[in-house]
Ligand binder design. Structure first.
Ligand code: ATP
Length: 275
């Protein structure tokens, strides 16, 4: 397990985060370091505390103990709006979109909303055209180039999901929080995801919660495994997914597989037997 680095380190640093819901400790003493540009997945069984951890990073809830810092700034007590101004963006499993607003306008608004100092630039037609052109490119990158003027409510689930990710990235965040980005995507949409993150999220640190191990392998360089709110381990992705304790806790596989007796000649092997 890696220990959280000292405050002052660049990137996102979570240290000793603990959050209770009533008598239940949903997250306990969790620490991790997400350097600039890194991609880190948080995995674990249902109820392990993954969403609670994202909520703590986004500022949706406050920790009972521990700290959240970004590039050395202590954001532990900051609300979601301040964190957003510091460059923390979030994409939800259920996209947070306005049904009546078009694809293009979502991306334009996201780009302006998170840069208050540039609001005066609305008065510059050239700047406004440039933002719209950027937004159209982002839409194309997530396969929505043919739907610029379609209202978000008319999009099927997978395309809404991709728009939500693109809108989060349109704010030019330093850190992107993704809650199960693969959930509900078709195979074609799923195949788009790694490429679009490479294209749109170049240099952005990503902290994602995900269940699909294949997607985790493609998107994340390191993995933290949570079990009952505590960190089981943090390790490079391949190492984490192969770890016997992870296979047991997360995939429901036995921690140690006893060697199978060789079937005697003539025996029919039983393909679905449990070891
Ligand atoms: N607002 C809340 N009030 C009470 N208990 C909560 C609340 N939010 C979460 N919990 C509990 O905290 C624990 C962790 O929940 P959390 O949603 O963070 O887990 P998770 O790993 O994201 O699970 P899943 O994979 O099922 O989404 C669970 O036991 C859950 O029931």
């Amino acid at each position: 397990m890696t220990s959280p680095p000292a405050t002052g380190t660049t990137g996102l640093v979570l240290s000793g985060l603990t959050r209770r819901h009533g008598s239940l400790t949903a997250v306990e003493d969790v620490g991790l370091h997400l350097p600039p540009g890194a991609r880190h997945a948080v995995i674990g069984p249902n109820g392990a505390g993954k969403t609670t951890l994202l909520d703590l990073v986004a500022g949706a809830i406050a920790p009972h103990r521990g700290t959240v810092t970004l590039d050395g700034h202590d954001l532990t007590r900051a609300g979601p709006a301040r964190r957003s101004r510091f460059g923390i963006a979030r994409s939800f499993q259920r996209p947070a979109l306005a049904d009546e607003v078009s694809v293009l306008d979502h991306l334009v608004l996201a780009a302006w909303h998170h840069h208050p100092r540039r609001r005066g630039a609305w008065r510059s037609p050239a700047r406004h055209r440039a933002v719209r052109a950027d937004a159209a490119e982002q839409a194309a990158a997530v396969g929505l180039g043919d739907a610029l003027h379609t209202r978000a409510g008319a999009l099927p689930h997978g395309r809404r999901r991709l728009l939500d990710v693109a809108a989060a990235l349109a704010s030019r965040p330093r850190v992107l929080l993704l809650d199960e980005p693969a959930a509900g995507l078709t195979d074609d949409e799923l195949a788009l995801l790694p490429g679009l993150l490479d294209e749109l999220a170049d240099g952005v640190s990503i902290l994602l919660v995900e269940h699909h191990t294949e997607v985790i392998g493609r998107l994340a360089g390191t993995v933290t495994v949570l079990v009952e709110g505590r960190t089981l381990l943090t390790a490079p992705t391949a190492q984490a997914l192969e770890h016997p304790a992870v296979r047991a806790a997360y995939l429901g596989l036995p921690e140690e597989t006893p060697p199978r007796p060789r079937p005697a000649e003539g025996d029919t092997p039983c393909s679905n037997s449990t070891p």
